[in-house]
Design a protein around this ligand. Structure first.
Ligand SMILES: Cc1cc2nc3c(=O)[nH]c(=O)nc-3n(C[C@H](O)[C@H](O)[C@H](O)COP(=O)(O)O)c2cc1C
Length: 204
C-alpha cells in the first residue's frame, strides 16, 4: 500500500498479514448462527453446517455463505445453482453436528438424520430439501460466487422465506452451542438525549 503525503511525497507501507486457523483462541468471542445449507446435485440431497452465513443485502435480499471447496455442498451448488439456507433452531444442535461432522461425499446425511428423528420437506420454489423446524428458511438461487481466501463465497438471492417466530435460533461460538442470552435494554430516552448532545458537539 502507498500513502500520498500532503507535500506529494509517497511512502510505502508494508503490512504483515497473518493466518487465523480453525479453533484459534483469537476467534473465541465470535458468535454466529448456524446456517444448515441444503443442496442437491452430483452428491444427491445433502445438508452441511455453515457458521459463515449472513444476510448481505436488503433489496434484493441476498444471503452470503462461505463454503470450503472440498465440500460436497460446493459441487452441488455449482451444478444446481440453488441452495436452501435453514437457520438452525436451539433444538437442532445434533442436526448441526451431524451436518458439520460428515460429508455428503461419503454419507447420506439426510437418511441418517431421518433415522435420528429430523425431518426434511421439499422446497416450494427450488429443487432442494428444507429443514423442518428451522428458525428461518430461505430458498435461494445463485446470484454470484467468488473465491474469498480459502473458501468460496456463494451469494444467494432469496426467492422464498419461512420464519418461525416461536423458534429460538441456535448460537455458535468458541466451538460450542449456546442459547440466546438476555436482551440488553437500549439507553433510556433521557440517556439518549444526553448521548445525542455529546455526539452533536463532535459533528465534522
Ligand atoms: C458448527 C459448524 C460450523 C461449520 N461452519 C462451516 C462454514 O462456515 N464453512 C464451511 O465450509 N464449513 C463449515 N463447517 C464444516 C462443514 O460443515 C463440514 O466440512 C461438512 O462435512 C461439509 O459437508 P458436505 O461435504 O456434505 O458439504 C462447519 C462445521 C460445524 C460443525
Amino acid at each position: 500500500m502507498s500513502v500520498r503525503l500532503l507535500n506529494e511525497s509517497v511512502i510505502k507501507i508494508k503490512y504483515l498479514t497473518m493466518d487465523i486457523t480453525w479453533g484459534d483462541e483469537k476467534t473465541m468471542h465470535f458468535r454466529t448462527n448456524i446456517g444448515l445449507i441444503t443442496t442437491d446435485g452430483p452428491y444427491g440431497p445433502d445438508v452441511m453446517a455453515c457458521e459463515w452465513t449472513h444476510q448481505v443485502s436488503y433489496r434484493p435480499a441476498l444471503i452470503s455463505i462461505h463454503v470450503n471447496v472440498k465440500n460436497a455442498t460446493h459441487e452441488n451448488i455449482l451444478a444446481s445453482k440453488v441452495f436452501g439456507v435453514n437457520i438452525a433452531s436451539a433444538d437442532q444442535s445434533v442436526l448441526s453436528s451431524v451436518a458439520g461432522g460428515n460429508s455428503g461425499k461419503t454419507t447420506d446425511k439426510i437418511k441418517a438424520l431421518g433415522e435420528l428423528g429430523f425431518h426434511f420437506i421439499q422446497a416450494t420454489q427450488i429443487p432442494v430439501l428444507l429443514v423442518e423446524g428451522a428458525a428461518f428458511v430461505a430458498e435461494c438461487k445463485l446470484f454470484d460466487y467468488r473465491t474469498v481466501g480459502d473458501h468460496t463465497q456463494f451469494i444467494g438471492e432469496v426467492v422464498a422465506v419461512t420464519l418461525q417466530k416461536e423458534k429460538e435460533p441456535l448460537i455458535y461460538g468458541a466451538g460450542k452451542y449456546w442459547h440466546q442470552g438476555e436482551n440488553i435494554p437500549k439507553p433510556s430516552v433521557e440517556e439518549m438525549e444526553r448521548i445525542k448532545k455529546i455526539v452533536a458537539t463532535h459533528k465534522k
